[in-house]
Write a protein that binds this ligand. Structure first.
Ligand code: HEM
Length: 479
């Protein structure tokens, strides 16, 4: 009986492998080298999922700048050369972000497709709001809320806090109130955000809906989304109101789908800002006192001293003059940003790579644009945090083909091209305000001795979060 069952399983396995290989051969013919592993459907998901960045680096060494991996039933073409990445970013019609958004929106948030016109208008409004029109107001609000929160932290005696939780609380409550309005339900939003963010990669993955439902993943997601079902507060960002009306207009959209559609912005606003702030503060506190003093001097030169009441004036226009603070945030983003963004190849396309080879890319093929942030060719001593690296970086660098390319083609923590993160200025402003207030308010020390480890499994499209989630610090009011 056991032998028969074994033979049957072996036959099924061989049949699956034959089918699998047939599918692969179709893709292989003129396409980039294909790495598919030996397990049907799963492909190389296990080794890739353990440490995506290391796996990509290893495959790139073996197969060159462009290759295709097979992961959980999906072919993903990985592009590692920044010259090719820049070419892809600059052709948004052929290599589309919107279509990836729809795919992820459907997988992670079970959202229906919108017509292109409405969607383009919404994306345009988000970009306009976050990058120009609403940016000074958002920054000013974040400043007010952080300064208010800081009053509660004052302590004459040394006090210990978990940096990850502390920053998570501050950034979530400040960002949510700035974006969704001062009276939004930010406490509940924040409470449900963390479990959702923790599971985001798996919720957005290609595993079947039924499995996500059965294992409670969608419940975690919907707990976060429920907070976003009511109409945004009057003082929420303008683009949120437009987004709400557009989704409300979709026939048969359930209220939880509406909540999910609105919660995407909240998730995007928090996920990377929190981790980047933690890394920035951690690295800053690990610098020698002389470096911290140099940064503090810059803050005092640009912003002046605190008033008698303890407030620090941080005018919006002065934030761009904090070059040293900016350099520290930029270096944290370089070191800890994961893989990079994705695009969808919209039609069958012959891609002429910078190495002179031509590859046929299939229609609706997913592309992953890998980061060069750890490539020693572009960033000397790439695994080391060098606090003033970005004060000395030239505006252009020499690519591997000997041609000069802008630094912005190899340093891409906010993505690139038409869909470059619209929240980047706000995020940086918020982090800089935090740094200025911390350095001018407190004496601080990192207590945790070991270097915190990045949770490599989550290190794909995000700034790497921490594995253990605990960095203990000590602080007290500055003398
Ligand atoms: C350090 C913090 C942040 C990082 C590292 C980051 C990174 C990114 C990246 C890599 C993308 C994809 C871009 C591409 O593929 O070309 C993106 C998109 C986006 N981000 Fe951010 N982001 C941050 C903060 C924020 C904040 C604070 C907000 C909102 C307040 C925000 C809102 C968005 C939105 C709405 C998109 C989609 C843009 C579109 O549809 O065109 N992000 N972000």
């Amino acid at each position: 009986m056991i032998t028969e069952a074994f033979i049957l399983l072996a036959i099924i396995y061989v049949a699956l492998m034959l089918f699998f290989n047939k599918v692969h051969r179709k893709v292989i013919s003129k396409g980039p080298p294909l790495i598919c592993g030996y397990i049907p459907f799963v492909g190389i998901a296990v080794e890739y999922g353990m440490d995506p960045r290391a796996k990509i680096a290893q495959l790139s060494k073996k197969y060159g700048d462009i290759f295709t991996i097979y992961v959980m039933g999906q072919f993903i073409t990985v592009v590692t050369n920044p010259v090719d990445v820049a070419k892809i970013y600059s052709s948004p019609k052929t290599f589309n972000f919107f279509e990836v958004g729809i795919e992820f929106g459907n997988r992670a948030f079970t959202l229906p497709r919108m017509d292109d016109q409405t969607n383009n208008t919404l994306i345009h409004d988000i970009h306009h709001g976050l990058q120009s029109q609403e940016l000074p107001v958002l920054t000013e609000r974040a400043n007010t809320f952080i300064q208010r929160d800081f009053k509660n932290f004052r302590s004459k005696d040394w006090k210990k806090v978990n940096l990850v939780e502390w920053v998570g609380d501050i950034i979530s409550s400040v960002t949510l109130r700035a974006v969704y309005g001062e009276n939004c339900n930010f406490k509940e939003m924040a409470k449900t955000f963390f479990p959702f963010d923790d599971k985001f990669a798996i919720i957005a993955s290609n595993i079947p809906f039924a499995v996500k439902k059965k294992t409670g993943l969608f419940d975690i997601r919907d707990s976060f989304a429920t907070n976003f079902v009511p109409r945004p507060e009057d003082d929420a960002c303008l683009f949120l109101h437009k987004r709400y009306d557009a989704f409300k207009g979709i026939k048969d959209l359930s209220s939880i789908q509406l909540g999910n559609a609105m919660s995407i912005i909240g998730w995007a606003a928090l996920t990377n800002t929190i981790t980047t702030t933690v890394w920035t503060i951690y690295h800053l506190l690990k610098q020698p006192q002389s470096v911290r003093d140099e940064v503090l001097d810059e803050i005092r030169d640009v912003l002046g001293e605190r008033s008698d009441g303890g407030a620090l004036e941080i005018p919006y226009e002065q934030l761009s003059n904090l070059k040293k603070v900016d350099a520290i945030v930029s270096e944290s983003l370089r070191l800890h940003f994961g893989v990079l963004s994705s695009r969808m190849c919209m039609k069958k396309h012959n891609f002429e790579s910078s190495s002179g080879r031509s590859y046929e890319l299939p229609a609706r093929g997913l592309m992953l644009l890998a980061s060069s942030h750890h490539d020693p060719h572009f960033f000397k001593d790439p695994e080391t945090f060098i606090w003033d690296r970005f004060l000395h970086m030239p505006s252009s660098v020499i690519a591997k083909n000997g041609k000069s390319i802008p630094l912005s083609s190899v340093y891409l923590p906010f993505g690139g091209g038409a869909n470059l993160c619209p929240g980047r200025f706000f995020a940086k402003n918020e982090i800089k305000i935090m740094v200025c207030l911390l350095l001018t308010s407190f004496d601080m020390k990192v207590e945790t001795e070991e270097e915190p480890e990045t949770d490599k499994m989550k290190w794909t499209l995000q700034v790497g979060p921490f594995k253990e989630g605990n960095i203990e610090i000590r602080y007290k009011n500055k003398e």
